[in-house]
Every structure is written in structure tokens, then in C-alpha cells.
Design a protein around this ligand. Structure first.
Ligand code: TXA
Ligand code: MG
Length: 330
């Protein structure tokens, strides 16, 4: 099992040394746990791809310790970038911008752009400050699997005895950052996440969301964003997601089915389900986001034949959660 470290000053110092020396460290952020390496050290970054089993065409987010370090990694820090960073950083928004030469190809998967985020979790912030380098970090799970929201989840996902995990408790948001591209004239949301589209629109006016699903060959051609792989964030148990509320929940005799639902819903055939997880019985999408991945893990471990997931009202974070459930379905 991996080494789970409480974020004492001594452990933080050791972890920062390890990062600077080219090693990997998993750490808490306010969204999900990240698997970090020095972003400017291609060999260290290669270790992330290896441990995650992540294809090299999927670029990584670079975490920074403020607006100034972000500016230094981008060739064209725009007024829009400044505005969004001032409003949402530190926090769960990732900005995609033209990259500087010093950002290795491995980090951006050869793209001319880099994804930047200043996280708000104190463990992530201290690690960034103490390491003194930008940290490339994807979510600390095996490729296409469920993102970890606790140190124990990371240990279970990656099963590496040499891995250090800085324990910052369970993640406040529980859902990944929203990724927005500022590369072209008009901003485009590449991945729905913890900052709701409505919050961005309050700053920018109407924005496009590139929410179509893509397949791996489109990705390899460099035309699409990996966060939009049609299958992603998946439990091992088959998950059926229905766009219509309450449909697809028929349970056949002898079948063990789990239900993932939301709000104060009436479940007429509740007794037929082997397990039920309600993401937020009083219908709070923020609570649902926090609980989403833990609930999926719970159901995945309940020896079920199938998981049925009901959609949330598709506004605010509900839209981002529905996006994840859709991609988690097989
Ligand atoms: O909340 C988060 O964003 C977490 C924490 C650890 O910060 N990180 C995370 O990383 O979710 P990852 O690698 O699982 O997802 C990164 C997303 C992917 O959809 C990737 O395709 C997109 O960001 N991305 C990264 N660099 C990009 C780039 N240069 N251009 C377009 N999309 C990019
Ligand atoms: Mg991920």
C-alpha cells in the first residue's frame, strides 16, 4: 500500500523535496486528489502517465501558486484570462492558453496550449510554494476510472507501494475543475466541472460548451479534448444512465441492481434495489457533487450486476454531474 502522510510541516518538506527530485507525490486539492510531478521535468511527468496507465495524447493540467507564475507559463496571457483568474482563483477553474516554450511537450501532449490552475486547498498551495515549481497533476486514478476524493481512494486506485499521498481530508467540491479554453477569440468550456457554466456566463455573457462525446481516434488526431472521451470516470460495474427521469429502472428477478438518485424522490420499487445511494436527499447539487465519486465507489463495491443512475435537474452543477454520469455509463 502507498504511504499516506498527514500534512505536517516535516512531511510537506519531504514531499516537496521528492517532487523537486523528479519523484511523484499525490496530494489533496479542493476538487479531487491529484497525482503530481514537477511540470518542467519531462522524465518526472512521464512517471505520471506510466502510473496512471494514461495515453500520451491526453494532456495534463499544470498547477501553479498564483497568477504571476501562470502568466510566466503562457505566451499570451489575455485580459480575459486576468479577469477569470481574479474572479475564480484560487479555485476549481482551469484556463487553457497558448503555452510558453519551457512547458514540455509531454505535459501538453504536443498541443500549442497549456491548461493552468491555481488550486485553493491549503495542502496543494503549500506543496506548490515549498516545491517552488509548477506541478503537473491529473486526477490520481487509473485512466478512465473514478476520480479519488480521499487519500484512501488514491491508495486503492493506484496501488503503488512507493507512492506518497499527502492527506488533506475529503475534497470540498468532489468534482473536477471546469476547463475553459481562451485560445480562440471566443471562450469555450471544454469540460463541465465545479464552476457552473452560469457562474462563468455571469462574467462573460453566453459561452459555448464543447460537450459532444469523442472517441479515441478523434483524440489522436488532436482535434478534440480528452475530458470528452465518451467513456470516462467509470466504475467497473455496468452503469445505465437514462436521460428521462425514472426510466430504465426495471429490476429483473435474480438481478442485483443499485440505484443512484438525487433529491426527495419517490422510488416506487425501492425494495427491488440491492443498494440505493441518494446523492443529496434534500436536493442540493453541491452536496451531490461532493458525494458523487464516493457513492459510485460504494456501489461499485456492492457486488452488483448493474447500477442505474437517474439524472439531476440539468442546471448549474447538476449539468456537470449528469455529464460525468453519462460518460461513466457503458
Ligand atoms: O480538478 C481538476 O482539474 C483535477 C485536480 C487534480 O486539479 N485534475 C484533473 O486532471 O481532473 P485530469 O488530467 O484528470 O483532467 C484534465 C482535463 C482533461 O480533460 C484534459 O484533456 C484537459 O484537462 N486538458 C489538459 N490540458 C489541456 C490542453 N492543453 N488543452 C485542452 N485540454 C486540456
Ligand atoms: Mg481525470
Amino acid at each position: 500500500m502507498s504511504l499516506v502522510l498527514p500534512p505536517t510541516r516535516e512531511n510537506m518538506t519531504r514531499a516537496a523535496d521528492r517532487l523537486r527530485g523528479g519523484g511523484l507525490v499525490a496530494f489533496a486539492t479542493e476538487t479531487v486528489y491529484g497525482l503530481g510531478a514537477n511540470a518542467l521535468d519531462p522524465q518526472a511527468v512521464a512517471g505520471i502517465f506510466e502510473l496512471k496507465g494514461r495515453p500520451l495524447f491526453d494532456p495534463l493540467i499544470v498547477h501553479v501558486a498564483g497568477i504571476e507564475p501562470a502568466r510566466q507559463l503562457s505566451r499570451a496571457w489575455s485580459e480575459l484570462a486576468e479577469k477569470l483568474a481574479k474572479k475564480f482563483w484560487p479555485g476549481p477553474l482551469t484556463l487553457v492558453l497558448p503555452r510558453q516554450e519551457i512547458v514540455p511537450d509531454l505535459v501538453t501532449a504536443g498541443l500549442p496550449n497549456v491548461a493552468l490552475r491555481w488550486p485553493s486547498h491549503p495542502v496543494a498551495q503549500q506543496l506548490l510554494t515549498m516545491a517552488g515549481c509548477p506541478i503537473a497533476a491529473p486526477s490520481a486514478n487509473r485512466f478512465a476510472s473514478i476520480s479519488p476524493t480521499s487519500a484512501a481512494d488514491v491508495a486503492m486506485e493506484l496501488r503503488d507501494p512507493d507512492l506518497w499521498i499527502l492527506d488533506g481530508g475529503s475534497c470540498q467540491h468532489g468534482l473536477e475543475s471546469t476547463v475553459i479554453s481562451l485560445v480562440n477569440e471566443r471562450p469555450v468550456v471544454l469540460r463541465l466541472g465545479s464552476v457552473a457554466v452560469e457562474e462563468l456566463e455571469a462574467e462573460l455573457g453566453p459561452i459555448a460548451v464543447a460537450n459532444r462525446s469523442v472517441n479515441e481516434s478523434e483524440l489522436q488526431s488532436g482535434l478534440a479534448s480528452p475530458g470528452h472521451l465518451s467513456r470516462h470516470y467509470s466504475p467497473r460495474t455496468p452503469l445505465c444512465w437514462s436521460t428521462e427521469f425514472g426510466s430504465g429502472e426495471e429490476v429483473h428477478a435474480g438481478e442485483r441492481v443499485g440505484l443512484l438518485c438525487f433529491g426527495s424522490v419517490e422510488i416506487p420499487n425501492a425494495h427491488q434495489f440491492a443498494a440505493i445511494e441518494n446523492l443529496s436527499p434534500h436536493g442540493d447539487p453541491r452536496e451531490a457533487a461532493t458525494r458523487l465519486y464516493a457513492a459510485l465507489r460504494q456501489l461499485d463495491h456492492a457486488k452488483l450486476d448493474r447500477i442505474v443512475a437517474w439524472p439531476l435537474p440539468s442546471v448549474g452543477l447538476g449539468r456537470a454531474i449528469n455529464d460525468r454520469l453519462q460518460r461513466a455509463s457503458h
